[in-house]
Design a protein around this ligand. Structure first.
Ligand SMILES: Nc1ncnc2c1ncn2[C@@H]1O[C@H](COP(=O)(O)OP(=O)(O)O)[C@@H](O)[C@H]1O
Ligand SMILES: [Mg+2]
Length: 335
């Protein structure tokens, strides 16, 4: 693909080789975000469109635990580009659309708001905010289905945006379909990933489990000090000391229900979603592992996890009943 004229200036601007003669672009000072391998900016193009631009960092700025051994050509940025190209053939509702590609740049549709994490991760725990989290998980499950490969490999609430209709859109495809990788966001990484084993969608289940645990307890299920150096985080996760379930009395207060047994169900879901042990689908243990009562093994699929969360929800009938129809949380709920 040849680089359209209007993008030339943008490329120069992002490389900080400003061409004063060009009026083809304007770069907002707002940087939308940054991660291990790339930065995201807002830019406006000559035709008036305002877009997001994801730029791979120059190699000399690579660093840290995540980029020590991977050759640049095999990095997440290239993978993300390939995934976005594959998506052009379909029009998935919950996935990101690219508007153009260059060596070190991907132009993306721009989302006006912040990422999902900014809206829900520190919300006080109420039945409404809990409902919003479940709604987010349900849409995330749909997004995962729309991906051309599995797992997503870097599920966090900061890798999801709300679009103008409040649909959840999954972003950041640098790890999509990669089945053996140490890359991702440390706090959300499943043990098998840290151990360098072959991974599948159960790593996405774990990441969602960490979000649920964080939302309900304001802690990581295994890591005591989330500010500690990355290496210590990994070591704690490998040791696998579960920090325990919920204080159920507190929950009956928050949700205005006296039936403590219902909330025990939530503890079960939490434990299974964040289990460090997994079972191979082909092994004899398969049937046992899918049983909701087997707390030691993680859910095999995101659906099993979200379905049980919704079943729990319907049993306690929490939150805004307008958002619940025929046993399910509505797709288009306003956030
Ligand atoms: N298209 C976009 N529109 C608006 N903000 C975005 C967009 N893409 C990313 N961001 C913001 O930038 C952050 C980092 O983007 P992401 O694609 O996750 O990059 P990284 O691979 O560096 O984590 C996101 O968490 C989000 O807040
Ligand atoms: Mg990201």
């Amino acid at each position: 693909m040849s680089v359209p004229e209007i993008f030339h200036g943008l490329v120069y601007q992002l490389n900080l080789e400003v061409d004063p003669g060009s009026n083809n672009y304007a770069l907002s000072p707002a940087r939308l975000g940054e991660g291990g391998e790339a930065q995201v900016f807002q830019a406006s193009l000559a035709d008036g469109r305002i877009v997001a631009v994801k730029q791979r960092r120059p190699e000399e700025h690579d660093g840290g635990l995540e980029s020590t051994t991977t050759p640049r050509s095999l990095g997440g940025f290239v993978n993300e580009k390939n995934v976005l190209k594959r998506l052009e053939e379909s029009a998935p509702k919950h996935l990101l659309k690219s508007l153009g590609y260059f060596d070190d740049l991907i132009l993306l549709q721009l989302f006006k708001g912040k990422n999902v994490g900014d809206y829900i991760q520190n919300e006080p725990l109420t039945s409404e905010s809990f409902l919003r989290l479940v709604h987010f998980f349900r849409q995330l499950t749909k997004a995962l289905h729309e991906l051309p490969a599995s797992p997503h490999g870097d599920i966090t609430w900061s890798n999801a945006m709300y679009d103008e209709e409040n649909l959840v859109v999954l972003i950041d495809y640098s790890q999509v379909g990669i089945t053996r990788s140490f890359k991702g966001t440390p706090l959300f990484m499943a043990r098998e990933k840290i151990e360098g084993k072959k991974i599948d969608q159960k790593v996405d289940v774990f990441a969602m489990g960490v979000m649920l645990y964080w939302f309900l307890k304001r802690q990581h299920p295994y890591i005591t000090d989330t500010h500690a150096a990355t290496k210590n985080l990994f070591l704690e996760l490998l040791r696998g000391d579960y920090r325990g379930g919920l204080d159920l009395r507190k929950f009956t207060d928050i949700f205005g229900s006296s039936d403590i047994h219902l909330f025990e169900r939530l503890n079960t879901i939490l434990k299974k979603a964040t289990a460090t042990d997994i079972e191979d689908e082909e092994s004899e243990q398969f049937v046992e592992a899918t049983s909701p009562t087997n707390l030691e093994k993680r859910y095999l699929t995101v659906e099993l996890f979200v379905q049980e969360l919704e079943d729990f929800f319907n049993l306690v009938k929490l939150g805004n009943m307008d958002l619940i129809t025929s046993g399910q949380v509505q797709e288009e709920a306003v956030v």
